[in-house]
Design a protein around this ligand. Structure first.
Ligand SMILES: [Zn+2]
Length: 257
């Protein structure tokens, strides 16, 4: 383990370094409160499982991107999700779609696996992690560029409109979703995390659009400006009336019967 640049390196998987951002380490006690078990150890296990789920989602993207010629520099985990940092994202529409859907596909499998395990062995933590993974699957497919669904949208649009125009349209649609996340987070769901994710996605989406613009202006792009594959998980631990909480209550009631 090594601490540098505000992050703790915890090892590497398939040659890809996995790093925990300092904000995640600070937010860990708060994230642990999301899990319903009173046991400290199980809450910690839940938080580790949550971020392992995000890391596996990112590894799904990374493995496919690497097969398509990208170099993966690292996977960074934040309190609100994770990001696989790549030298470039494949630009062929089919390749981009495959890279984009690989992460949600991993989340879907983990979600189904978690729920099956929970139903056979009646493990509440397994249910909660399964629900989180299904949440990751659904939330990341929202077409809010630069989330996975937005990348699929951009790739499909680029077949007809070209990459630059497709990115502009996808980024504009992404902006609408970002505004909805911010407004929904602040005024409806009272989830600061969702509002933060909206703002964060807006900034990153616009930055990526400007990067594509520069590519088309034939201006050399400095090596330091890398493409980011942004991932954000749903903020399940942000507020109590969430979808995940309702599911959890139903699950508990199911076992009481
Ligand atoms: Zn993803």
């Amino acid at each position: 383990m090594k601490f540098s640049n505000h992050a703790l390196s915890i090892g590497s998987v398939m040659g890809i370094p996995i790093r925990l951002h300092i904000s995640l380490l600070i937010a860990l006690p708060y994230i642990m409160t999301y899990f319903s078990t009173p046991s400290f150890g199980l809450r910690l296990l839940g938080a580790v499982g949550l971020f392992a789920s995000v890391a596996l989602h990112e590894l799904g993207h990374s493995v496919v991107a690497r097969a398509k010629g990208s170099h993966i520099m690292q996977i960074m985990l934040y309190p609100f999700g994770g990001a696989a940092m790549m030298s470039s994202i494949p630009t062929r529409p089919l390749d981009e779609v495959l890279v984009a859907v690989a992460g949600p596909a991993v989340s879907l499998l983990l979600g189904i696996g978690g729920l099956l395990l929970a139903s056979f062995y009646k493990i509440p933590l397994s249910f909660e992690l399964g629900a989180i993974n299904l949440g990751l699957f659904i939330f990341n497919l929202v077409p809010a560029f630069p989330m996975d669904g937005g990348r699929v949208l951009r790739a499909l649009l680029s077949i007809k409109a070209g990459r630059l125009k497709a990115t502009k349209i996808a980024a504009n649609i992404g902006t609408i979703f970002c505004l909805l996340f911010v407004a929904g987070g602040l005024f409806y769901l009272h989830s600061f995390m969702l509002a933060f994710i909206g703002g964060y996605l807006y900034v990153v989406g616009q930055a990526e659009y400007r990067m594509v613009q520069r590519e088309y202006q034939a201006t050399p792009i400095p090596q330091a400006q890398n493409s980011f594959d942004v991932e954000v998980g749903p903020p399940p631990y942000a507020e109590k009336s969430s979808f995940s909480e309702q599911l959890k209550n139903r699950f508990r009631n199911f076992f009481r019967r």
